[in-house]
Design a protein around this ligand. Sequence first.
Ligand code: HEM
Length: 651
Amino acid sequence: MSPLTVLVLLIKAVSFAVLGCIAYLAINPVNRWKYSHIPGPRYRAIFGNLPEFRKYGSHEFMVACRAKYGPVFKLWFGHRVWVVVCDPDLGKRVNYKCLNRPQIGDALIRGPVTRPENKGLFFTRDDVWRMVHRVWQPAFYADSVHACAPLMSVTSRRLVTRLQGLAGEGRPVDLWREVGNLTMAIVGTAAYGIDFHTFDADSATQQQPAASSTSVKLPLAAAVAAAAAAGAPSKAAQAAAAASHLPSSMHSGLAAAHVDVGQRAVGAQLVSSAQTLFASMGGTSGSIYQMAALLLPDSCRPLVAWAAHTFPDARFTAVMNARATVSSASMQLVQQFKQRQQQQEDASASDDAGLGGNAAPGGRGRVSRSGGAIAPGSFLGLLLAARGGTDGHGLSDLQMIMQANTFTLAGYETTANALAFSLWCISTHPEAEARLLQEAAAAAQPFHAYSRDMEQQFPYTCAVVSEALRLYPPGATTIREVPPAGRPLQLGGYAVAPGSSVFVASYVMQRDPELWPRAGEFLPERWLPGNEHLAAKNAAAYLPFGSGARMCIGYRFALQEVRLGLLELLSQFHFEVQWELMVPPPPQPHQQQQQQQGVEGGAEAGDKQQQQQQQQRGSRALRTANGFTLSPVGGIWVKLEPRVPEVQPAV
Ligand code: HEM
């Protein structure tokens, strides 16, 4: 055979292989057959239901699918199938029966962080999850959380001071971003005992209204050049480099050159990086590579990861930089903590026994443990004291960094969204605002003094938060994987195959008119005694923090933070929503159908007027996107109106 013939044969073979792959992806025979018994929208090659997710948001598209297909249906995310459950009892079954989440968050990650023992709590599985969960738990015992109440109030008041300054300038502010500065500051003090300086005028994240808010300022652009010239990396730098997928020399440079947890700029860097990471994790928003990794079968992931790391686009680079920033900060926190620990051990070796090796707030002194609870700022002490790492002794630097990353990110985004949504609900419901103010005014300050009995002392405030979390759950779905080695999971008459990804659609259930009286209305009263007629018809229809063993570990902490933040902020300001700066919601699938029917059927003038009114009301709604979390699109723009005590509304 001549070389030319071999070449031609080779080209033909490769062409056939490529065409075969494309045909396989387009037809997707295995998944279509495997899930053919479950109802849902028709399969569309390559993209699946991605266009609908982009147009309406996956959460609103699920609402429409629930109405059309019933409580169990499937959706197509490219090649992949999601089985979606919108029934409270079935949802509970999924969350309680399945322990693990599918590995959907880290499609392009390479290196040691992909090892099961190095994942953050959210993505750990099986025995590693059990070990890591046990390590985290004391930080969220009731006593540990109550101990954080004063610093939550004090930090909220620092935001009040910042907002007072901004109010003087008279320009609108994005409340969502402002409360993001607050929740990141609380992570700093409550978890690490460190002031991240998120409120400093020269540090706090600057905001622009919707049109320009999509551009992300990269905090590391300047540092990368310096990083490249960095010297030999430390062990912890190598660990952090692995966590962020940058060469360790570069990472050690990043740590030295740019991210310094002792510096005032760190707060803005962390907030900006967290925003970049969450914005990219939605599946419909990240880089082209992230999208491809989610749409294509698992077998294509190594190829996509190779392409992403070899020819990174701007968004992928931004995500990598953001990961580097967060990991670099965690790395320094761990290093500093260990140094302080060592100094303390040297200074008082005789005190060591029985104290558990934790640091007090800010790393000064020792933590007092009562009933297993820990003092604020001691999270790293828990990690350091942990046993059960890979060598059976303790957690490695990389494991500690990954857990710290998870605390920082999980503690920032969801809580910021929950507080922003609560403030938005109150700002658009004056009667609820008046009632909340009345409750706040009746209590002696400081609010945090009541942290142990918030529900007795501030029932209406707590009801507002519960109702905001019902309408706008930052975790709009919980996700589980049917155990790959087990039997199919029976869900409402459908056998769901082992290894399937199942989404429990909290957002859909929490707004379902069959499950909630006056489901679409913001009615805090439904959470108060005497209003049982407004309560959920099935308690399992409410799961803003998930359910089962994998439910949110930080729920108590988050509720306390949001309630105190709400009281502190609302006692000082009325927030006037700036509608002209808000991004209007798109027509929803069901509304669009109704409109089309109206036009085709030659609707009367009265109907048109009604439609217009509906549209106007719709444009006064809040546009949300469901990425990794549910968040307000383009922010929540308000004018700050400081309250003057004598004009506080009387009820
Ligand atoms: C209002 C704020 C918050 C909301 C709405 C929220 C919601 C959720 C939801 C829905 C889940 C998944 C539960 C499931 O799959 O059943 C979750 C898990 C988790 N949350 Fe939160 N969360 C909030 C605040 C926090 C805070 C402050 C932290 C603290 C660092 C935190 C840390 C975590 C972690 C580590 C997990 C994974 C737990 C595990 O898998 O064992 N969350 N959260």
